[in-house]
Design a protein around this ligand. Structure first.
Ligand code: PLP
Length: 356
């Protein structure tokens, strides 16, 4: 049975920030979507309410054992003034896969899509229209049962908040990042949680990210946990390398998050007739490609930045500068194409947009 959603609108809307003030994840819209899960009843009490704090029992298992996960997707203002979600069904399915790994329930795909549409319809005025802005959506599931035994919770809360976000780069041109290749700390091991957006993965990543920042880098490149020999992800993004005209990305595994942007880039690259490969990429292969003059581009992909070019990879003291430190041609081309599809200025050939 589809979820019924009750809506209580706020009587005191917040002042909306100016488009140039937005940044990422600093402001939150007027409402929150909530639903409760309790054993056999499944998901119930789906509701949209004024944005506000949520009360949790101090024994709630999420506060102790971190049984929690989230999603991240965006709603975009279209040229004709309407609003559309980008690949919302892919986010729904990924949340189901991740929840299953964490022994949590997730919404049915149709319910998730209906929830996002209903929420964005109420927050329509919060979808900014300035170039490169959007309403970021953060669906989240947390374990709420008050019980200190270690086992899956018997109660959960699903909620979604919205945050109007600005251009990731503060302008139209891509700003490349400098990356530290992390050889001691790992983000995710085979058999672990790396393929889910579990909060725990982000907690695990903080220490190395802070260390890299202190050393003057923007983010870290994660290597595989076993041999520290293969590249996996860059920061919280999937990794792409262009070697001698071929677009290469690590194949998906349980230590790599299956990015929706990653999939979009691979789909578009095939359409454009670019040779693509999903396979293991050794750090040594990147160094060797550099030596042969065949390392053309390196970039990350994710919902927040879409494409994030890498200007430099630091393998200890060995600094690999990519494309003279400038965004590569493919990075720019993928960025323009995906942003264009998201905003309706380029054709949506794959049915990736869902109108509100
Ligand atoms: C969210 C995320 C990505 C990118 O996924 P998108 O669906 O493209 O936003 C990549 N890696 C990690 C670790 C992530 O959390």
């Amino acid at each position: 049975m589809p979820l019924t959603i009750r809506t209580t609108k706020t009587t005191s809307g917040k002042t909306r920030p100016a488009p140039d003030q937005l940044g990422f994840g600093k402001y939150f819209s007027d409402h929150i979507f909530l639903a409760d899960w309790e054993g056999e009843d499944g998901w119930k009490n789906a509701r949209i309410e004024p944005y506000g704090s949520i009360a949790l029992d101090p024994a709630a298992s999420v506060l102790h054992y971190g049984q929690a996960m989230f999603e991240g997707s965006k709603a975009f203002r279209q040229a004709d003034g309407s609003v559309a979600l980008f690949r919302v069904d892919a986010h729904a399915k990924r949340m189901q896969r991740g929840a299953s790994r964490l022994c949590m329930p997730a919404l049915e795909v149709e319910d998730f899509v209906a929830a996002m549409r209903a929420f964005v319809a109420v927050e329509e005025g919060w979808v900014p229209s300035a170039p490169n802005t959007s309403l970021y959506l953060r669906p989240t599931i947390v374990a709420t049962e008050a019980f200190l035994g270690v086992r899956p919770s018997n109660r959960y809360l699903f909620f979604t908040i919205g945050s109007p976000v600005g251009s990731y780069y503060g302008g139209d041109t891509l700003k490349p990042v400098r990356i530290w290749v992390e050889r001691d700390y790992v983000r995710a091991a085979r058999g672990g949680l790396g393929a889910t957006k579990a909060g725990a993965n982000y907690a695990a990543s903080l220490y190395a990210a802070v260390k890299a920042k202190k050393a003057g880098f923007d983010q870290v490149l994660w290597l595989d946990a076993k041999e520290h020999a293969f590249v996996e992800e860059v920061g919280t993004m999937n990794l792409f390398v262009v070697i001698d005209g071929t677009l290469v990305t690590p194949s998906l595994s349980d230590s790599i998050l299956a990015g929706v942007t990653r999939d979009s880039i691979l789909t578009i690259a095939k359409e454009w007739g670019i040779k693509t490969e999903e396979r293991a990429i050794g750090a040594a292969e990147i160094l060797d490609a550099r030596k042969r003059g065949k390392l053309e581009e390196v970039f990350g992909s994710g919902t927040a930045a879409v494409v994030s070019p890498v200007s430099e990879l630091a393998f200890g003291d060995d600094r690999v500068v990519i494309n003279d430190g400038k965004p590569g041609a493919l990075s720019n081309r993928f960025y323009d194409e995906i942003c264009g599809i998201q905003r309706g200025s380029k054709p949506d050939r794959h049915g990736w947009l869902t109108r509100i």
